[in-house]
Design a protein around this ligand. Sequence first.
Ligand SMILES: *Cc1c(COP(=O)(O)O)cnc(C)c1O
Length: 376
Amino acid sequence: MPLQRRTSLSLVPAYRQGRPAPEGAVKLSSNESPHPPLASVRDALAAELGSVQVYPDMSGARVRELLAERHGVAAESISLGAGSVEVASQLIHSRAGDGDEVVFAWRSFEAYPSLVRIAGATPVEVPLDADARHDLDAMLAAITPRTRLVFVCNPNNPTGTVVAAEALERFVDAVPRDVLVVIDEAYVHFDRTPERADGLDLFRRFPHVAVLHTFSKAYGLAGLRIGYAIAPLEVAEELRKVAVPFGVTNLAQTAAAASLRAEDELAIRIDEVVAERERMFAALDALGLGPVRSEANFVWVPEGSTGVEPVTAADLGAALEAGGVIARVFPGEGVRISCGTAADTDRVVAALEGAGLFDASLAADTGILVGNGGAA
Ligand SMILES: *Cc1c(COP(=O)(O)O)cnc(C)c1O
């Protein structure tokens, strides 16, 4: 007799990781930091290596205290996980199961549909608007009595678009109070809009808001796996209940604590990435590729938008790859290119120029192409 199977698992899409770069190529497919850890973080990790024979503090008390201080919230409202993707999973598992619905924009973070399906609940994907932004009215309309959570990815992965403060507040206020609004701020450090939404502000003012933060992107700790939710007390308690015991390692907690003490140094790195994002956007725009304005550490090029000649995502991905750049290709939809160092941007521009797919003369006078690029 064959093993009994959970039939709903056949609905779970497999998570596709950003492809590793072949030798000599640069990996701009996973929105990682281009930098190795700060010296202070390395030192803290080295010191912690002597203690890996013991279990970590399951509640992550030290990191939670630091975060509570940093954000001016109660430590009890913070719950850690092995990356914020695990915390998102905790949120879903603690609130939604068979027959329940979870609303989010699409396309958005690749993990949402599978996490919802794994919990046995039903994902409700609300298409982005024509400008690749959250369609908040349509998301509100998608809420039913079965809805348990709504995710707002802000800035949105993979499009880099943002929901501004006022619009987000209006949205949160319009969502029934028995539905938890989860504001996923994985890229919030890169958002430079003056009207930037602040999830924590909404968390303080509304009873049905949780905020997701991660150390993986701006803080450069993707390989160590640590993220957290700031959530209403009753929600945070439930998160700790559904969390896999000891999921957040000693090393991750130590590195997170050290990073929180080095935020000034990290801010300089973040500013550099933001500057490269602007340069990458300008270059893609000058080449006629119609990139979307981004407030994250990547730029989204929708398939066949304005281009000199419409270019498919697959062709664009292949052109980049031929030039030694591995980006994230969503066939039929677009290409997401992570931003890092000035050299990374130069690499992207050189790859596109070399591909001959684009009219490089368009960009010739902009001063942003290779050779001039590093001067900024
Ligand atoms: C990268 C990412 C995360 C979290 O990553 P972790 O490494 O699990 O912390 C969460 N949300 C979005 C939208 C992301 O892009």
